[in-house]
Structures are given as structure tokens and as C-alpha cells.
Design a protein. Structure first.
Ligand SMILES: NC(=O)c1ccc[n+]([C@@H]2O[C@H](COP(=O)([O-])OP(=O)(O)OC[C@H]3O[C@@H](n4cnc5c(N)ncnc54)[C@H](OP(=O)(O)O)[C@@H]3O)[C@@H](O)[C@H]2O)c1
Length: 188
């Protein structure tokens, strides 16, 4: 059964933003389309900066692949001082105090290293690392945000060989900027 919502109460949430046609980055890796503001969806909700900040404060730890890490350093670090684990097989200079590098078994990362310390663990990409987490059944919740754009080409979300598996829809939120967030829990 997928998921790691164990006795510690720790949960892994996979969060990514996808285009309508299922890409999470353009072919050249750019993600500037995430910031594009299209037309306003009047019935959508808007989130104030304070609300967004409060929400982000509830995240105890971020996990990301090394390519997402490189990109985040280039674009402007979005994870603040929250503890962040970068999964990589390479050696990296210590660019930020709150970043730790991890190489090895991903189930051990979650079960032995993260779950005992953190409750609300967010896996934020990229495609390769999300795919591995899903294959290993380490994800409790998928929060998929759909951006109102067709990219035509790029880095495919979940492009590999996942097994068929049903997930339960838990929430849908449509925002004024035309983005829609779908939240799914691993089916029990
Ligand atoms: N739209 C969105 O929401 C979103 C979110 C996140 C990222 N992105 C974009 O996605 C792109 C990056 O995604 P990506 O799929 O190319 O790469 P990624 O998943 O971010 O990183 C892949 C790297 O992670 C490491 N890794 C993955 N699995 C591992 C394992 N089991 N053990 C050890 N290391 C492992 C490897 O690092 P080493 O090569 O260092 O060993 C691998 O090369 C960027 O363009 C980024 O901007 C978009």
C-alpha cells in the first residue's frame, strides 16, 4: 500500500505544478510560465500573502532532486529557512545552512531520517524524484496544481513506468489566476 502516514503521524505530500498537457518544465528547463498571469477566473479564490505565509510555515521539511535544487538556486531560493533535503549522488558545496544532501535508499530517507523529525514533509520535484517516490509507495498525498497553459513539449510529469493505482480525490481549489489545485490521498 502506498504512503507513509505511520505511527509518527508523518506525511509525505508530493506537490508539483503541471501544464494542461502534463509538463512541469519547458524543454529548455524554464518554468517562467508558472508566473504568467492569464485572464482572471472570477469565481476563483485568491490567497493573501499572509495566508500563503501561514500555509508555508506549516511545512516542516522539503525534499527535492538535485536538478530542481540547481534550478531553485538559479531562480531565487523559494524554500526559505525550512529544512531541505536534496537527493543526489554528487558532492555539492554547502550553499545554504538549511540544506542537507542525501544519497542512498529513499525508503530509509523517509522512514528513518525524516519521519521521526518532521510531520509535514513536502516533496517538490522534479519529475525524476517524484517518480521514484511514487514507485516506492512513499507518497501519502498528491497535490497537483494545473496551470492554464499548453506547453506542447518539455519535461513530462510522471513520464516513466508507474503502476496503475487509484487515488482518492480529497479537495479541489480553483484560484483567480486560473490555476486549479487537485489534492489526492493514497487509496486505502
Ligand atoms: N513545475 C513544477 O512544479 C516543478 C517542480 C520541481 C521542478 N521542476 C523543474 O523540473 C526540472 C528538474 O526535474 P528533473 O526530473 O529533471 O530532476 P530532479 O528530479 O529535480 O533531479 C534529478 C536528480 O535527483 C537525483 N536523484 C533522483 N533520484 C535519486 C535516487 N533515487 N537516488 C539518488 N539520487 C537521485 C539525481 O541527482 P544526481 O544527478 O546529482 O545524482 C538526479 O539526477 C527543473 O527544470 C525544475 O525547474 C518543476
Amino acid at each position: 500500500m502506498p504512503g507513509n502516514a505511520d505511527a509518527t503521524g508523518s506525511r509525505v505530500t508530493l506537490h508539483v505544478v503541471s501544464s494542461l498537457d502534463g509538463f512541469i518544465a519547458r524543454k529548455d528547463n524554464s518554468v517562467s510560465w508558472l508566473d504568467d498571469s492569464g485572464s482572471v477566473y472570477e469565481a476563483g479564490v485568491s490567497v493573501s500573502e499572509e495566508e500563503a505565509a501561514t500555509f508555508v510555515k506549516g511545512i516542516d521539511c522539503y525534499v527535492l532532486g538535485s536538478r530542481t535544487y540547481e534550478h531553485a538556486l538559479e531562480l531565487g531560493w523559494p524554500y526559505g529557512d525550512t529544512p531541505t533535503v536534496v537527493v543526489t549522488g554528487r558532492e555539492w558545496p554547502q550553499a545554504r545552512e538549511n540544506v542537507e544532501f542525501y544519497s542512498g535508499d529513499l525508503s530509509r530517507l523517509v522512514d528513518e531520517k525524516l519521519a521521526p523529525q518532521f510531520r509535514n514533509i513536502w516533496l517538490v520535484g522534479g519529475a525524476m524524484l517524484c517518480q521514484r517516490f511514487l514507485e516506492l509507495g512513499l507518497v501519502d498525498e498528491i497535490r497537483l496544481t494545473i496551470a492554464p497553459i499548453l506547453l506542447g513539449d518539455g519535461l513530462r510529469l510522471f513520464g516513466g513506468s508507474l503502476m496503475e493505482e487509484r487515488w482518492d480525490l480529497k479537495n479541489v481549489a480553483a484560484y483567480k489566476n486560473g490555476f486549479v489545485e487537485l489534492s489526492y490521498a493514497a487509496s486505502s
